[in-house]
Write a protein that binds this ligand. Structure first.
Ligand SMILES: Cc1cc2nc3c(=O)[nH]c(=O)nc-3n(C[C@H](O)[C@H](O)[C@H](O)COP(=O)(O)O)c2cc1C
Length: 321
């Protein structure tokens, strides 16, 4: 019998977020989903996460915006997007016709704007949840600046959570010493789940020009090169919080997904792999399903967090009293 793949990313939440399977797309690597919907049956996915949307349209950063690196890529897109009105008026009605849940990734310059965007998305048919992008490394204000400070991250979470009934997934930056402190601060303000991780700050130099390849010098590193970092952060955050964690970073195969699930993720996102293989999320899903069947695992939830250390045994039971 095929294994049960369904996972709940917002248990106990008002509107809930039960996915048919744990394989999602990562923000910014699947656009708004429409082009991919022409190429394969995206309703087979667990969820689609939109490109990061801001209150107003943005043109993004100067070219070049990407650079290949060993085992990954650097990007500095700068949140180019069509703005929230177009997403609500034109894209959401099309998403509402899909079976696959669509999660809208939002970015903003200020805490108040996060609250306003969450309010605007509340109750919009076609929008299943919000992913709070407080971790974008490629913009001057907002983004990583908020996401590197637990107090500011908590305020952004509070602003979003108070203004919507939708589950709010907070996307964590790896570019801090203590991602767990960020997650705990946001959990206290009602984060329904966490996505770990956004890109890792990096850089490449153009030898001929003797300058950084990217006009802003720094970019966000993604792809297989960051998988061990993402796994470590998933493992640490999953141990610390009591809400679900979504793993993201360098996932290309079913086995990669299994590693993240064992490290404590309840679902995974596939990002950079899509650029080389648009069907990558389905390949990951099929690989995961084949692994579970091969191992005789009847329900994917059986392996979630199985690699985490066992919780400490309470003193009373050690003494047998
Ligand atoms: C070209 C590009 C654009 C991205 N845009 C966004 C974005 O708009 N919002 C966001 O939260 N993350 C964005 N990300 C980060 C990804 O969603 C993901 O967290 C990261 O790339 C790590 O996963 P991966 O190694 O599978 O790509 C972007 C990544 C890439 C490569």
């Amino acid at each position: 019998m095929a294994p049960n793949l369904s996972v709940d990313l917002a248990p106990g939440h008002k509107t809930g977020l039960v996915l048919p399977n744990p394989v999602m797309t990562a923000s910014g690597t699947f656009s708004w989903g429409f082009e991919f919907a022409k190429q394969f049956d995206i309703n087979r996915l667990g969820a689609v996460v939109s490109k990061g949307v801001t209150p107003l349209p943005r043109a993004g950063n100067q070219q070049p915006r990407v650079a290949e690196t060993p085992g990954g890529m650097l990007n500095s897109i700068g949140l180019q997007n069509v703005g929230l009105d177009k997403v609500i008026d034109e894209f959401a009605p099309q998403w509402a016709k899909w079976e696959v849940p669509v999660i809208v990734n939002i970015a903003a310059d200020t805490i108040d704007e996060f609250g306003e965007m969450a309010a605007a998305l509340d109750g919009i048919p076609g929008v299943a949840a919000i992913e709070l992008n407080i971790s974008c490394p490629n913009v001057d204000i907002g983004g990583i600046e908020i996401g590197q400070d637990p107090e500011a991250s908590a305020r952004a979470t509070r602003a979003a959570v108070r203004n919507t009934d939708l589950p709010v997934i907070v996307k964590i930056t790896p570019n801090v010493t203590d991602p767990v402190a960020l997650a705990l601060a946001c959990e206290a303000e009602g984060a329904a789940a966490f996505c770990c991780i956004n890109t890792v700050l990096g850089m490449a130099i153009d030898l001929d020009r003797r300058r950084p390849v990217l006009p802003r010098a720094r970019g966000g590193l993604s792809g297989p090169a960051i998988k061990p970092i993402a796994l470590r952060i998933v493992y640490d955050v999953a141990r610390a919080v009591s809400v679900p964690v979504v793993g993201c970073g360098g996932i290309r195969t079913g086995e990669d997904a299994v590693e993240f699930l064992m490290a404590g993720a309840s679902a995974v996102q596939v990002g950079t792999a899509i650029f080389a293989n648009p069907r990558a999320p389905l390949d990951v899903l099929e690989g995961l399903e084949a692994w579970l069947e091969r191992e005789g695992v009847a329900d994917v939830r059986e392996i979630i967090g199985c690699a985490l250390p066992a919780p400490p045994v309470p003193a009373a039971s050690v003494l047998g009293s």
